[in-house]
Design a protein around this ligand. Structure first.
Ligand code: ARG
Length: 571
């Protein structure tokens, strides 16, 4: 629809002392659609011409000759209101969707690459409910960037290095668990969780065990064969469960590159820091001072030589730049890590990496759940109040399954459909608000088929699919009569479909999937309303209306996919 704005700006520039660009800048979309599709305020012209804006608007309305596509121009209180020709708009938007199909509204390839670091959980632990946020915001952003023409590298920066592994190793050996390969292969992440719990328990009466864990990690870093073998088994056990969950969520990665991968790349980073005289000894630690940026020192190395989270992020950023030559590198990580990323980005800047300005932390808020007293609070893994992601997915699936059993017991493949609706409901609940807002998780609200929910959006798609299925044919564009789809509900739906490009672009610029989630709601609402007001099958306008249904289905389906929801066809 951008071309409409240029067209109108051109008409104005033709008759008034203003450039097309300036006229375009001034054009607005009126809140009240009875004031037209685009409105041009004449107040800046009035200043320039020292003339009453009302008069200017009236004169321009008289002078402008409307081209094809515009139905009317009207002066109102100093504004010039333009009305589009509904039939023309219908043909323009729907034919373009028909041609571009699911890619309608996408930008052409731009040969630039974007790295998106998301999910990136710590190994040895089960995914908690809150891990859904990074995973699904990152997943949707990956799709949104692709739709904007970028080559996306999806990176899972696994937390597979650090003292936590020392704890697991110490506890595993203490409990005399089996060391044979076949036995290690059978290990599950649930057992690892139990090991953590026993470690925490043991540490209460025997605090020295913490020191043992640190030593065990150092021994792991130094390459001890048994320790490495255990570490690899712990990691594999976690990955097994992780892959299963990603499969259910419909998420995939191009690279699983854990923190351990950077161990041998760190000496070069440290040398570089030393050469640039950035590394300072502070107590037992090597740090980079950032006080002129009002940040605490960035910790690089401990006295025993072991490295830290930030050190590995420095190495990872340099590696990513060398490997992918990214235009931007996004870190989809909770708001709590803001300071960490500020420090890492600043150190890279002081190392003279100009590209450090292309590193972006994409923070998000918490998932809050209601406790017994009805207060909203954050779940904590350590106190055991956090729900495990697998349990939440299972419960959501079960609730939807119960609903299907009641409403549509003959539905094919019930369990799969229930999982896809349940997962999408959880995901939509996460994406629908601006990412920095905390998400209040309420079962009934999230799983409802009414309101701003995943099931509501999916249901709109199901209804469109169901009409197409019953029709059992697709309409040829030459059989459409555009003036048969110009009633208010058709017009609203078509205008909404026409805003896909703008919404994908804005979601990308703001790194904000919520923009697309709101757009999905707009389409769903306009589609529900159109179907409610217009009989499609068996009407005189059947072919024209069915063509609109067909194109609405395409746009909604792709919007749903870009959000990472399942575009189901039946429920
Ligand atoms: N593993 C970290 C955590 O669970 C998140 C890692 C995010 N990515 C990064 N490059 N630091 O807190």
């Amino acid at each position: 629809m951008n071309s409409f704005e240029s067209l109108i700006a051109g008409l104005i520039a033709d008759k008034a002392p203003i450039t097309i660009e300036d006229a375009r800048q001034l054009l607005v979309v009126p809140q009240d659609s009875s004031h037209g599709n685009f409105s041009f305020p004449c107040f800046s012209l009035a200043k320039l011409l020292k003339k009453n804006p009302k008069l200017i608007a009236e004169e321009l309305a008289d002078q402008i000759i409307l081209p094809v596509g515009l139905a009317k121009v009207e002066a109102l209180n100093g504004y010039l209101n333009f009305y589009m020709d509904r039939a023309f708009l219908a043909s323009k938007v729907l034919l373009e969707i028909e041609e571009k199909k699911l890619n309608y509204g996408h930008a052409p390839q731009n040969n630039k690459s974007v790295v998106i670091d998301f999910s990136s959980p710590n190994m040895g632990k089960e995914l908690a409910f809150h891990h859904l946020r990074s995973t699904m915001i990152g997943n949707s952003l990956s799709k949104i960037y692709e739709a904007n023409g970028y080559k996306v590298e999806r990176v899972n920066h696994l937390g597979d290095w650090g003292t936590a592994f020392g704890k697991l190793i110490v506890m595993y050996l203490k409990e005399n668990l089996p060391l044979e390969d076949q036995e290690l292969e059978k290990l599950s992440v649930k057992e690892l969780n139990l090991l953590y719990a026993s470690f925490a328990n043991e540490a209460k009466s025997n605090p020295e065990i913490e020191e043992e864990a640190r030593k065990a990690f150092t021994r792991l870093e130094q390459g001890d064969a048994l320790y490495r073998k255990l570490w690899a088994a712990f990691k594999e056990a976690t990955l097994k469960e992780l892959r299963r969950l990603y499969q259910i969520l419909g998420v995939s990665f191009d690279h699983y590159v854990g923190e351990s991968f950077f161990e041998d790349k760190i000496p070069a980073v440290i040398e570089n820091l030393q050469q640039k005289k950035l590394l300072i000894k502070s107590q037992d630690l090597d740090v980079v001072m950032l006080e002129d940026k009002k940040l605490p020192p960035c910790l690089i190395r401990k006295s025993d030589g072991s490295t830290l989270y930030a050190t590995r992020d420095l190495a990872a950023a340099i590696y990513r730049k060398e490997t992918f030559d990214f235009e931007k590198c996004l870190y989809v990580v909770d708001l709590g890590q803001s300071l960490h990323f500020k420090q890492v980005f600043e150190v890279l800047k002081q190392m003279d990496y100009a590209w450090s300005q292309d590193l972006l932390h994409i923070p998000f808020g918490l998932i809050l759940q209601q406790n017994e007293e009805g207060k909203w609070e954050k779940g904590k893994t350590r106190t055991g109040t956090a729900s495990l992601l697998r349990d939440v997915i299972e419960a959501a699936t079960q609730k939807i399954l119960d609903f299907i059993e009641e409403k549509n017991p003959n539905l094919a493949d019930k369990k799969t459909v229930a999982t896809q609706i349940g997962v999408s409901a959880l995901v939509f609940n996460d994406l629908k608000n601006k990412r920095l807002m905390d998400v209040k998780f309420d079962w009934d609200a999230a799983l409802s088929f009414e309101g701003a929910t995943g099931p509501y959006v999916q249901n709109a798609l199901v209804r469109l699919y169901s009409i197409m299925r019953k029709a059992a044919y697709t309409v040829d564009k030459n059989d459409v009569q555009w003036d048969q789809i110009i009633d208010d509900t058709a017009y609203e739906l078509i205008k909404t479909l026409g805003r896909k490009e703008e919404n994908i672009r804005k979601a990308c610029e703001a790194n904000e999937p919520s923009i697309l989630a709101q757009y999905a709601l707009d389409i769903a609402e306009a589609a529900h309303r159109f179907i409610h007001h217009n009989r499609v099958l068996g009407s005189t306008e059947e072919q024209s209306r069915l063509f609109l249904v067909q194109q609405a289905q395409t746009v909604l389906e792709n919007t749903i996919e870009l959000l990472g929801l399942y575009p189901i066809q039946q429920m």
